[in-house]
Design a protein around this ligand. Structure first.
Ligand code: FAQ
Length: 325
């Protein structure tokens, strides 16, 4: 439906402009905010960047849950810094999306009324401290796999935001793996917790890459525009190939009995996630959807006086400046 809409909008646009735009993309040029762009390109970027920004912000909630319960002061400081980084990523991405003519408030309202999404992974709970390790290792690991290629995406502000975000995500992934190492090499109870976290978060992490290529509505057009650089299945495969040896090093078992090295393709064969569960989570029925949206709604409502105060202050300064001129 959306892909059709994007296509039918394109038919209303000047074919010469469309061809010149595509030629710039094919030549590897970056598109900048004031350049002409097809309406569908703008719309797709607002959707993807907005969704990405919301994911960074909502993604603070499952980890924020553990800041007060981190096992040591050092772990607490590290986790606090990581969660603050995620807030920063959300802000760069909202600013990047604003260059396309949408405001952060509009994007937030679309999140709160269900018109925009955030990553499915953040609708799963973080039940034990080992989940902080697994989130850093697997969730940030999946995020990096997806985002490193986005440093070359065709929209300049998005590509540039990704450079810093990827640097920080690498630190996040390492801190998660460090927690997993401590747990997996710790007491039998700690190792059991680490295995349990892997068991619960493995398939939801595979879902982060989106539906299979056959089911992906946007991939074809987004790749033609170089908004996406790889298909969902390509990145999922790369993630599995990178992560399985890391699990082996930890002495943990990936919860997939079908997992096997395939010499011919030079990668692992692995079980698909339960796609019914994925689409159900997208429809709002995951274990934490209600809780996450309630938290975002509360933050929005509680922050209203601050937004109003800032606007009133800006208006006073504007009037003062006009009067002084
Ligand atoms: N969750 O046609 P496609 C992070 C939707 S950041 C929810 O394949 P597309 C950092 C999709 O929107 C994680 N919805 O879509 C962190 C579409 O629905 P729509 C976020 C999903 O856009 C770590 C429909 O399914 N990263 O983790 C998901 O071409 C730790 C059809 O799908 C990004 O956003 C999903 N997993 O490809 C923070 C990266 N997958 O919109 C805190 C940028 C698909 O038509 C703690 N985004 N859908 O209603 C992308 O690369 C792409 O948007 C994909 C999806 C690959 C996610």
């Amino acid at each position: 439906m959306y892909a059709q809409m994007v296509k039918s909008e394109a038919t209303l646009e000047d074919p010469e402009k469309l061809a010149a735009f595509q030629a710039r993309i094919d030549a590897g040029e970056k598109i900048e905010p004031k350049d002409w762009m097809p309406a569908g390109y703008r719309k797709t970027l607002i959707r993807q960047m907005g969704q990405h920004a919301h994911s960074e912000i909502v993604g603070q909630l499952p980890e924020g849950n553990w800041i007060t319960r981190a096992p040591t002061l050092e772990r607490k400081a590290i986790l606090l810094a990581k969660v603050q980084d995620e807030a920063g990523h959300g802000l760069y991405l909202y600013c990047g999306a604003e260059t396309l003519g949408v405001t952060r408030d509009e994007m937030t309202e679309m999140l709160l009324d269900g018109r925009m999404k955030y990553s499915s992974i953040f609708n799963y709970p973080t039940l034990t401290w080992a989940d902080m390790g697994a989130v850093g290792w697997l969730v940030d690991g999946a995020a990096i796999m997806n985002q490193v290629p986005l440093q070359r995406t065709s929209y300049g502000p998005y590509a540039r935001a990704m450079v810093r975000i990827c640097k920080e995500e690498s630190f996040h992934q390492r801190q998660g793996y460090d927690i997993m190492m401590k747990m997996a090499k710790g007491t039998p109870a700690q190792k059991k917790m680490a295995q349990d976290a892997l068991n619960r978060l493995w398939f939801p992490s595979l879902m982060m890459f989106g539906p299979s290529d056959a089911e992906s509505t946007h991939s074809e057009q987004s790749m033609a525009w170089k908004i996406k650089m790889n298909t969902n299945d390509e990145l999922r495969q790369k993630f599995v190939d990178q992560t399985v040896p890391q699990a082996e090093y930890l002495g943990l078992t990936v919860p997939d009995e079908t997992l096997a090295w395939n010499e011919d393709k030079g990668g692992y064969d692995f079980a698909e996630p339960d796609w019914n569960e994925f689409f159900d989570v997208l429809r709002g029925n995951g274990p934490c959807n209600t809780e996450r949206l309630a938290a975002r709604n509360k933050a929005w409502d509680d922050g209203k006086w601050v937004r109003d105060g800032m606007l009133a202050h800006a208006e006073k300064r504007r009037i003062g400046k006009v009067a002084a001129e």
